[in-house]
Design a protein. Structure first.
Length: 134
């Protein structure tokens, strides 16, 4: 069970957040691909506590996975993680831009790269491989 939200924005209501929260806690995976414009909306989600997307651009280009394998960033931004439950997954210039955390019986993947899940991001074999393995 997987739900992908390409950008939070104000369109996700409190009721929708509660529904998604329950769904993830019961074993589903939520993937969020957000940019700095979504940072204020992250704070409304309990499951995203301890993560913040800054306006510091990391840009497009080579990135590394947690295992040191090659990956690709499209439009990455710095992801600041202030809670131990977050585990960084992707880095560019030594700075994380993707992380995951367990949440109940499920998990949350937060990508501070709004273009990574678009056609632009999925054109690179490294990005597709990383998504499959994650």
């Amino acid at each position: 069970r997987l739900l992908v939200i390409p950008s939070l924005g104000p369109r996700v209501s409190c009721r929708d957040r509660e529904t998604i929260d329950r769904w993830v806690r019961t074993g589903a995976t939520l993937v969020l691909a957000c940019g700095p414009e979504d940072s204020a909306h992250l704070r409304a989600w309990a499951m995203l506590d301890g993560a913040d997307i800054t306006a510091e651009p990391l840009g497009n280009g080579p990135a590394l996975t947690k295992d040191g394998a090659a990956a690709q960033a499209c439009d990455a931004f710095e992801l600041r993680l202030s809670a131990a439950h977050w585990r960084p997954l992707l880095w560019r210039f030594g700075t994380p831009f993707a992380a995951e955390r367990p949440y109940g019986a499920g998990r949350v993947l937060l990508l501070a790269d709004p273009a990574l899940l678009t056609n632009r991001g999925l054109q690179t074999p490294a990005a597709v491989q990383w998504l499959r393995e994650t």
